[in-house]
Design a protein around this ligand. Structure first.
Ligand SMILES: Cc1cc2nc3c(=O)[nH]c(=O)nc-3n(C[C@H](O)[C@H](O)[C@H](O)COP(=O)(O)O)c2cc1C
Length: 364
């Protein structure tokens, strides 16, 4: 029997979060790494069962998107489990799917630290991680060691893998770099997300432009078909920035539809700094992408726009801090939603609450 979402929420926000936020002199990346290392141990059956028990009872709403059967509609957003080491933990924490990565073709250290900042009064984060990750080959090995392969449900939930461009690879060679990651990781992924919207790799967002995006998505789709050898190609989702204009989004949507993308993830972090508490203005000056509560409104607006202008399914991401925020994205047309910052501030009570509310609304 699991705990009700409200109790989980109070336990996390009143007891555990203050400890986590103070640990390592308040360094968010240090406690993040420590927590992921702990969760990576969840391969052990007993801990997996204990975690599953914690959030049991919040089953959410089952759905099929892009041919994938999702046990519930709330997932983990990319960037939280970049190395995929905690892949077996996410189901137990209440998620109906998890997007791992972003992974690049080659291993890279990311930007110099500090590169992750809490804006506590705004319930936000600013990050400029810069795709720190061990590279596609190492991540494929991590997933193989845990027997996570496309369609085998080894993680209990569908697994998406986000791929991005290696910083040292020139923009004109980006397609080959994405293809390298794709070939290595697609066998382990129920879907692949193409990240062309992180603000922290110079030039990356230019890959959202029509011609460049067409080349990239077209090449990945061709590769997916080759890998499928007559079977169903792995679905490809394209993740967009919230800072695009409507005209730019129109172009992205047309390109995705024309070149065989299965859907979109909207949105990534924003370069804007609207909606911050006065006490957080100092940190607002840190370079990087802003996530969390200040992004809620813009992400909702972009999701609504995208859903109104494409028939492809949309995964909503950005500023889901409460179950009601998730429902607003569903009402805007999203088929699924993802959490990052809301999970940092709300803990496992948040996916449980989203599932509870979504499940309740099922009949309505
Ligand atoms: C520290 C941090 C690292 C992130 N890394 C990635 C990443 O590697 N790839 C990606 O597609 N999105 C990344 N994101 C963006 C999230 O997946 C999400 O789209 C964004 O934060 C908005 O959702 P949120 O408001 O729930 O956090 C990152 C976000 C944060 C806060």
């Amino acid at each position: 029997m699991g705990l009700p979402a409200g109790l989980l929420d109070a336990g996390y926000t009143r007891l555990l979060r203050p400890v986590l936020f103070r640990a390592y002199d308040g360094d968010p990346e240090a406690i993040h790494e420590r927590t992921i290392r702990l969760l990576a141990g969840v391969g052990s059956e007993a801990l997996a069962r204990a975690l599953t028990g914690l959030v049991a009872g919040s089953s959410g709403r089952r759905t099929t998107v892009a041919g994938i059967d999702f046990p519930s509609r709330v997932g983990l957003a990319a960037g939280l489990d970049k190395d995929a080491t905690a892949v077996l933990a996410w189901q137990g924490l209440g998620f109906g799917f998890a997007e791992l990565g972003t992974v690049t073709g080659r291993a890279q250290p990311g930007n110099p630290k500090p590169r992750m900042f809490r804006l506590r009064d705004s319930k936000a984060l600013v990050n400029r991680m810069g795709f720190n990750n061990p590279g596609a080959e190492a991540v494929a090995a991590t997933l193989a060691a845990r027997n996570v392969y496309r369609g085998n449900a080894a993680a209990g939930i569908p697994i998406g893998i986000s791929i991005g461009k290696t910083k040292l690879v020139a923009l004109e060679d980006a397609v080959a770099d994405y293809l390298l990651s794709f070939r290595l990781l697609a066998p382990h992924a129920d879907y692949v997300a193409v990240n062309v919207s992180s603000p922290n790799t110079p030039g990356l967002r230019a890959l959202q432009d029509g011609g460049a995006l067409a080349d990239l998505v077209g090449a990945l789709r061709t590769e997916a078909e080759a890998l499928a050898a007559g079977g169903r190609p792995v679905p490809i989702f394209v993740k967009v920035a919230p800072d695009l204009t409507w005209a730019q989004l129109d172009e992205v949507l047309a390109t995705c539809a024309d070149h065989g993308a299965a859907g979109l993830v909207a949105t990534n972090t924003t370069l804007a700094r609207d909606g911050l508490a006065a006490s957080d203005q100092g940190r607002a000056g840190e370079a990087g992408g802003l996530s969390g509560a200040p992004l809620t409104r813009r992400a909702r607006e972009v999701v609504a726009y995208v859903c109104a202008h494409t028939r492809l399914p949309v995964i909503g991401s950005g500023g889901v801090m409460t179950a009601a925020d998730a429902v607003a994205l569903f009402d805007a047309g999203a088929s699924l939603v993802q959490l990052y910052t809301g999970f940092i501030y709300g803990g496992p009570g948040l996916p449980a609450a989203v599932n509870a509310l979504d499940g309740e609304r099922k009949g309505s």
